[in-house]
Design a protein around this ligand. Structure first.
Ligand code: GDP
Length: 477
């Protein structure tokens, strides 16, 4: 069914047939085949082990996916509570949404990798606000959790202290590792505010009993992949899948996230109208977490300082003649994304009112300025996804520290970004990331053997270190 022409990357991202579902009303996925026209093919080739693992996963997903006989059997058992823990029946990981789109895309990717490593089928509990954002990633079987899933309407309200929560059960000593007493489903709460007990999920001793539980329901807003690289249960397989550690999100993100036709229409129109003709595209992502602690003047100075020090754009002069006398008319375009408009206006004014010293023409664009985050709004998320993707088409990328929106763009692009540090008047204003991987912002910090002792998890293995933008965070490099 699959084409294996072109680059090796094509083999993990492109199907030969269009007979897959989409999440919206569309029945095609134009971006899957047309993306090569817009973004450079990746210089990072997936390992043959990753390619064959994805093919086997697709088979598993087809066999166990929604509406399959195995799925129906598993739902029946879930309803009755009568589970044969040793059977070779299908097992699932259900992803439950929370937080912004960047957070969601990172946690979906982490859940998918956990599924790949543990032979679990990933199903997405899709709420209204995410409908129609992505094409279906897997051929011939949907990844959307069906509406008739037993407690579908309650999933969103699952809290940390839910009775079936793994962390709560471990804390109260009711997570009995002997197979007969394990429940038919467990809730994994792995968000940034999870507890020490929730984080015991990342300890090897719990993975064997967890593997016997047919349904895992996971809420997370984080890229928890680096912690999986610290687990002996997975490290050998991960090393085979990803000989180049900094490409995990790059490969899996490009494999999973294809814009739906609706989003693709926005992306391609914007690209053709504003970005296509430039010789160089520079993406600048400005994320203001708290307006009070990041006043406009400080952030604007930081951006301009970064542009100057990194020579991203030519300096402007005052002589009107400079531009016209120069033969050196190359064109650069800045794609600025932000919830706010002021940064764009300032930059546009600088390059609109003054000629550059080199004579280059600089255009500045901003696709939207939504004013505030509205994660529950479907059209807001459509716009956010289009902008993340547009950023990922840049030749150079400047991102904001701590922002998962930027992490997704850099990973899909496959670039180590210039990160605007999250401090008041930092010097230097920005710096090159050590890898294109996202940062796991709040990883566990304890030693799984002596459960209460804190260890420096950034010093345990050579390819996991602390993040440049978040000292407690962990990232692959
Ligand atoms: P993070 O909060 O920066 O880690 O990124 P998230 O993507 O998880 O959440 C921020 C959300 O705010 C995004 O998903 C968007 O809904 C919105 N948002 C933030 N920055 C932008 C932007 O530059 N453009 C658009 N369209 N939306 C943004």
């Amino acid at each position: 069914i699959f084409i294996f022409q072109g680059t090796a990357l094509d083999s993990i991202t492109r199907f030969a047939t269009t007979s897959f579902f989409t999440t919206g009303s569309e029945d095609s996925c134009l971006s899957r085949n047309e993306s090569v026209l817009y973004r450079k093919s990746s210089p990072y080739k997936p390992s043959s082990h990753l390619v064959s693992k994805l093919r086997s996963y697709e088979e598993l997903h087809k066999r166990c996916g929604p509406h399959s006989d195995s799925y129906k059997r598993s739902i029946k058992q879930l309803k009755s509570g009568q589970i044969n823990h040793n059977s070779s029946d299908c097992r699932y990981i259900v992803w439950v949404a929370g937080y912004g789109l960047g957070n969601r895309m990172l946690s979906i990717t982490s859940a998918f990798l956990y599924g790949l490593l543990t032979d679990r089928v990933l199903l997405i509990n899709q709420e209204y606000e995410m409908i129609g954002l992505f094409c279906e990633p897997f051929p011939n079987a949907s990844w959307i959790l069906p509406e008739d899933f037993p407690f579908k309407n309650k999933l969103r309200r699952f809290k940390q202290n839910y009775d079936h929560s793994f962390g709560k059960m471990v804390q109260s000593n009711t997570f009995d590792c002997s197979t007969e007493l394990l429940p038919s489903y467990l809730y994994l709460f792995l968000s940034h505010d999870c507890s020490h007990h929730d984080q015991l999920f990342f300890c090897d001793q719990y993975q064997a009993p967890l593997s016997k539980v047919p349904w895992l329901i996971m809420r997370s807003n984080l890229y928890f992949v680096p912690s999986m690289f610290l687990m002996s249960s997975f490290d050998q397989e991960l090393n085979k899948l990803f000989p180049d550690k900094e490409t995990v999100f790059h490969h899996l993100g490009r494999y999973l996230f294809h814009p739906s036709d609706r989003v693709w229409g926005l992306i391609t129109k914007y690209y053709q109208d504003h970005l296509a003709r430039a010789e160089k595209r520079i993406g600048i992502q400005i994320r203001i977490f708290h307006a009070k602690t990041s006043p406009f003047e400080y952030v604007m100075d930081q951006i301009l300082d970064c542009i100057r020090k990194e020579k991203l754009l030519p300096e402007v002069g005052t002589e009107k003649s400079i531009a016209s006398s120069s033969n050196n008319q190359t064109s650069k375009v800045v794609l600025l994304t932000s919830l706010f408009r002021d940064y764009f206006e300032k930059l546009k004014k600088i390059y609109g009112e003054h000629p550059t010293k080199t004579g280059e023409v600089i255009a500045v664009y901003q696709p939207s300025h939504e004013g505030r985050q509205r994660t529950w709004s479907n059209s807001h998320n459509v716009q956010a996804w289009a902008e993340i993707y547009l950023l990922s088409l840049s030749d150079e990328l400047v991102t904001t520290a701590w922002s998962t929106f930027g992490y997704v763009a850099q990973g899909l692009r496959g670039i180590r970004p210039l990160i605007l540090y999250n401090q008041t008047t930092p010097n230097p204003p920005c710096g090159r990331g050590v890898s294109m991987e996202p940062c796991y912002l709040t990883p566990p910090t304890f030693d799984c053997k002596a459960l209460t002792t804190t260890v420096d998890t950034g010093a345990l293995v050579p390819h996991v270190r602390h993040c440049e933008d978040h000292i407690w965070g962990l990232k692959l490099f």
